[in-house]
Structures are given as C-alpha cells and as structure tokens.
Design a protein around this ligand. Structure first.
Ligand code: MN
Length: 230
C-alpha cells in the first residue's frame, strides 16, 4: 500500500519519565464544567448534562518541547482556559462510571486556547463553535503522567498565571462532572478509542492574552507548563 500524498504526522505528547510518546487521536473538550466559569459565561451552572466539543489532533502542542504558540488570525480576543487533560489508553462504549478510570492512561496540564470573539458570535447565532475553538496549535499540553505512577486525580489546585499575575485559580474538586463521569458520559455518545484526550473544562477567570505574554499553567501533582504567545 502506498499513500497518494505524504501522510500527516501523528501528533504526540511527552510521557513523564519515559521515552515512549503518547499519540494523540481525537481531542474532546467539556464545556462549562466549573460552576463559577458557567456563571461568568452567562449560563446557569446547575448540573445539566455535560456537553462536548472537539479540537483536531493537530491542536495538540507538546508544551514540554515547544514553548510558544502563534497568536491566531481573525481574533481580537484570544483567551486562555487552563484544564486538566485525560489521556485514554483503553477504548470502549457505554463505560460504567465505576470502571471509567480503568480507561485513563494518565493526566496532564493543558490550555484550551479560544478565539472568544468568534466562539461567542457563533454561539449567539446558533452556529458551530469550530472557528472559535478548533484550530491548529490551540491546545498546548504538558507531560502526561501515568495513572499507574501517580494514581488518579480527584483534587488539587489548578491555576494559570499570565506574566506572573494570577488569572485562573480553583481546585479539581470543583469540577461539576468528575473525571470518571466525563469518561462514562462521553462513551455513551461516541466509542472512545486509545489515544483520545479529554479536556475537562476550565474554572472561572478566563481572559485574553496578546503576543509577548507568557502563560504558566499548573495542576498539583503534574508537570507545569510555560507557553508564550508569539
Ligand atoms: Mn475549555
């Protein structure tokens, strides 16, 4: 078998403490999974079912190797969203909550970078979010820490600073839908496959960055990331 064109490379992430890399298949993102962020976006944070959107695999940037992302075109309001990222190693559909963590390979710190002006315009016009959310290099992600090395993440501080100033600060315990619940719920709609990532949503305090800004994202127990906007 030969390809008609050169096949695009498989995006990969660093695995903490190991030589092998984690291949990125699909990136699912949870919307409004912290009550205070739902409120700042003008939405009711009551526990309505989670909803998901996607980013292309080439949104993933290995933030342990690449320390800047380009300011994207067609926006004047480019926002950071600090998020806990899950890496899926075992696929499955209709996964029970009780065994959902068995499908999680590990965890990483990630940024769901968002062209907020385009996202809100799309939202308010009832259009898809793609141009606001789903563009290349829009998901810088740090080293994936294996669950078998560090256990599963149920709590811990999550924060991002910009140029050293606090922007978003919360705790993983504030997730409306837990890691296990996100995996279980998503698998009812789409069979999960090895290599999938799930970005679990962002706490309050989303705000804009401009070229030259430096973001520093951290989650307790995981490798922090430092990403400049160029
Ligand atoms: Mn997000």
């Amino acid at each position: 078998m030969s390809y008609a064109i050169v096949p695009p490379p498989v995006p990969t992430l660093t695995v903490a403490g190991r030589d092998e890399r984690f291949p990125v298949h699909r990136i699912f993102c949870v919307g409004r999974n912290y009550a205070a962020h739902a409120r700042e976006m003008g939405r009711d944070p009551d526990r309505e079912p989670p909803f998901f959107f996607m980013k292309p695999a080439n949104a993933a940037v290995d933030a342990t190797r690449v320390h800047s992302i380009p300011y994207p075109p067609k926006t004047g309001n480019f926002h950071h969203e600090i998020e806990l990222v899950l890496a899926i190693s075992r696929g499955g559909r209709n996964i029970p909550i009780e065994s959902a963590l068995d499908h999680v390979y590990g965890y990483a710190v990630g940024l769901d970078m968002t062209r907020r002006d385009l996202q809100l315009e799309a939202r308010d016009k009832g259009r898809p979010w793609e141009f606001g959310k789903s563009f290349s290099k829009s998901a810088p992600i740090g080293a994936v820490h294996r669950a078998e090395d560090i256990g599963h993440i149920r709590q811990g501080a999550i924060s991002v600073t910009v140029n050293g100033q606090p922007r978003q600060t919360s705790d993983i315990t504030q997730l409306i839908w837990s890691v296990a619940e996100c995996v279980a719920y998503l698998s009812e709609y789409e069979e999960l496959e090895p290599g999938d990532l799930i970005m679990t949503g962002t706490p309050a305090g989303v705000n804009s960055v401009v070229a030259g800004d430096v973001m520093h994202g951290s989650i307790a127990g995981l490798s922090a990331i430092t990403v400049a906007v160029s």
